[in-house]
Design a protein around this ligand. Structure first.
Ligand SMILES: [Zn+2]
Length: 179
């Protein structure tokens, strides 16, 4: 795992532990909800990624990866959560929110999160092939863009990575459908 997040060090640390436990507990709770949604995606045959959008301790949008079932290349978990929240709020801007997502956002999702003015993005496993929060590019901190978001990676990363690994192993073992 790369050291991606400027303030995302979630490992127990004597120096920072007294300041962070409450935030860590809250962040973990929401990431566990996102992981439950990711598991739902896997059941539907979709790459398991889940997301919840939170404001003031309340989930205002939730989603899981569903591009195959929805015939929709944009149906990533983050976009689903943004759409649900924006509909609920009747507003395309979602300031003051935190998005929890089990996998590092891609460029499309990072762009959408910036357009929606999401303030903070907490993600789980890094995506070395398409991550846009530091793995390939870091759109949340790109100085040439006019909006930014706080990005913290690596929360419950191993749980997310295990879910993804299990999914791909199972998919490889599945017999090819008869022609
Ligand atoms: Zn995405």
């Amino acid at each position: 795992m790369n050291e991606l997040a400027p303030s995302g060090d979630r490992a127990p640390c004597a120096a920072t532990a007294p300041l962070l436990p409450e935030l860590q507990v809250i962040d973990r709770q929401f990431m566990l909800q996102a992981l439950a949604l990711a598991a739902k995606a896997a059941v539907q045959g979709e790459v398991p990624v889940g997301a919840v959008l939170v404001r003031d301790g309340q989930v205002i949008g939730a989603g899981w990866n569903a591009p195959i079932g929805g015939h929709d290349p944009c149906a990533h978990a983050e976009i689903q959560a943004l759409r649900e929240a924006a509909q609920a709020e009747q507003n395309y801007r979602l300031p003051g929110t935190t998005l929890y997502v089990t996998l590092e956002p891609c460029a499309m999702c990072a762009g959408a999160l910036l357009w929606a003015r999401v303030a903070r993005v907490v993600w789980g496993a890094a995506d070395p092939k398409s991550g846009a929060a530091g793995s390939v590019v870091n759109l949340f901190a790109e100085p040439r863009l006019n909006h930014h978001a706080v990005s913290e990676g690596g929360l419950l990363a191993e749980d997310s990575a295990a879910l993804l690994r299990g999914f791909f192993v199972a998919r490889r073992q599945k017999p090819e459908p008869a022609a």
